[in-house]
Ligand binder design. Structure first.
Ligand SMILES: [Cu+2]
Length: 66
């Protein structure tokens, strides 16, 4: 289980956007996003490149802080 800090989420829409962005990455499964904590957790079915994760979250409009 990997956990990342995501900056910029303010509502459920943001949670959805981040969840979808992360779910679209190969090897990422079971994404859980916590709005109050500003965190996202996911399982890796294979090694996931953190740069990929950062890029996907950035594309969705948020920022990852690891
Ligand atoms: Cu929002």
């Amino acid at each position: 289980m990997a956990t990342i800090k995501v900056q910029g989420m303010t509502c459920q829409h943001c949670v959805q956007a981040v969840t979808q962005a992360l779910s679209g990455i190969e090897g990422v499964e079971n994404v859980t996003v916590s709005l109050p904590k500003g965190e996202a957790s996911f399982e890796e079915t294979k090694p996931v490149d953190m740069e990929e994760v950062k890029k996907a979250v950035k594309k969705a409009g948020y920022k990852v802080e690891i």
